[in-house]
Design a protein around this ligand. Structure first.
Ligand code: NAD
Length: 419
């Protein structure tokens, strides 16, 4: 597959154009949404533990602030580049619109290898990156959150850096913070919980029961929690994987025990053992004979190369952009039910929104309240997307884009062009 076809921003544009056509929008009605509003590239110098200076490349992109402040995570990964961050920012715009929360889309990232860096180096990297993007973030402008390889601690450093430079505490500048400094109960599990709610919604529509097997690619914040909550619901998780290995057990894996192992093993599954478990390749995991496949790692995992070999009947995209457009077409022709990322993994941003509301209003809500509000938002969004899917005879992905683009394009039209 050519590199161009796997460019996630190009993939996003293709979907956007198709959704616009389905909605009957003129090019002028949505052309502004083909371009990010603002792209910031920053150099992030860090004095490493060995005394050497390394300059890291960082980004923060605002795709759209049409419906509210920009919102999106920060990723630390060697594959981070401008095109990836642009796509991730745009997907945030669509995601916030699908679940109808008053945010636009943003994303950030630093190209680095966090597993090779000490905590001290990561702290310095985070603080300097925050200082470099300071002019364009803030509770009313753009609110970062965790993404791949960033966590509560990274958010705490970002919040502290921003607050120090402002001279007063600004908890609402980031979400996904530790609860002790204004984080929300339920935020850490929110994306995985949203994935679980989505799985329940899709099987309900298809009139299926929970006697189903699931494979989950990625065992981090999203994949690990989704696997845990789904196993608690009675599903059989037969395959799990992370960057270190993939594991299969026909009878179902003890997810609690695997999570405990990974927690004490630098977040990696390599070396995890239980009776009857076997190591397989990551591609074998994606192609397992399961009812439901949940990609929860990175983008471009399901491609033209392996789409025909995928045996799951339902795919729930917990990661952002795990399926290329070409793979999507192959799977659609094969009648695989695909619940798209912008709907399936929106639980995180929904509870981020609850966290920000609590920060801005000095509220402190309890976890049951948050979980039930999350369920309400996810269920409503799923219903709306399902309705468009049925009425227009389009895929769930197209339906989700139609809902999202319809809302953003309408807001853009009402606001008009400045000046
Ligand atoms: P994380 O860093 O906590 O976990 C990522 C997991 O993927 C790790 O287990 C890692 O080992 C694994 N992984 C990396 N490369 C892999 C590979 N080649 N094969 C198999 N596994 C691999 O990140 P996360 O927060 O769980 O994010 C996962 C995905 O979910 C990303 O696409 C992210 O953008 C998306 N997402 C995250 C959130 C959130 O709230 N954290 C919200 C919405 C979407």
């Amino acid at each position: 597959m050519s590199k161009e076809k796997c460019n996630p921003y190009e993939n996003m544009l293709t979907m956007l154009d198709k959704a616009a056509e389905k909605l009957g929008l003129e090019y002028d009605d949505y052309v502004g949404l083909r371009y990010p509003e603002r792209e910031l590239t920053v150099s992030v110098p860090v004095e490493m533990d060995n005394g050497k200076k390394v300059i890291f490349q960082g980004y923060r992109i605002h795709h759209s602030s049409t419906r509210g402040p920009c919102k999106g995570g920060v990723r630390y990964h060697p594959s981070v580049d401008l095109e990836e961050v642009k796509a991730l920012a745009a997907w945030m715009t669509w995601k916030c619109a699908v679940v109808n929360i008053p945010y636009g889309g943003a994303k950030g990232g630093v190209k680095c290898e966090p597993e090779k860096m000490s905590e001290n180096e990561l702290r310095k990297l985070t603080r300097r990156y925050t200082a470099m993007i300071l002019p364009i973030i803030g509770p009313e402008k753009d609110i970062p959150a965790p993404d791949v390889n960033t966590n509560e601690q990274v958010m705490a450093w970002m919040m502290d850096t921003f607050s120090m430079l402002k001279g007063y505490a600004v908890p609402g500048v980031v979400t996904g913070k530790p609860v002790d400094i204004g984080g929300s109960l339920g935020r850490a599990e929110a994306t995985g919980r949203g994935v679980m709610i989505t799985v329940l919604n899709v099987i309900d529509k298809l009139k299926l029961d929970k006697n189903m097997s699931i494979a989950v690619q990625g065992f981090g914040n999203v994949g690990g929690v989704a696997a845990m909550l789904l196993s608690e619901q009675g599903f059989k998780i037969v395959g799990i994987s992370d960057a270190s290995c993939a594991l299969y057990k026909k009878e179902g894996i003890d997810i609690k025990s695997a999570l405990e192992y990974a927690k004490n093993n630098n977040r990696m599954l390599k070396g995890y053992e239980e009776e009857g478990i076997a190591e397989i390749t990551n591609n074998e995991l994606l192609c397992l004979d399961v009812d439901i496949l949940i990609p929860a790692a990175l983008e471009n995992q399901i491609t033209k190369k392996n789409a025909s070999d995928i045996r799951a009947k339902i795919i729930v995209e917990a990661a952002n952009g795990p399926t290329t457009n070409e793979a999507d077409e192959i799977l659609e022709k094969r009648n695989v039910i695909m619940v798209p990322d912008i709907l399936a993994n929106a639980g995180g941003v929904v509870v981020s929104y609850f966290e920000w509301v609590q920060n801005e209003q000095y509220f402190m809500w309890d976890e049951d309240y948050i979980n039930s509000k999350l369920k309400g938002v996810m269920d409503k969004a799923f219903e709306e997307v399902w309705k468009i899917h049925q009425e227009n005879n389009v895929s769930l992905r197209m339906a989700a884009y139609m809902v999202a683009l319809g809302r953003v394009a309408k807001a853009k039209k009402i606001r008009g062009i400045f000046p």
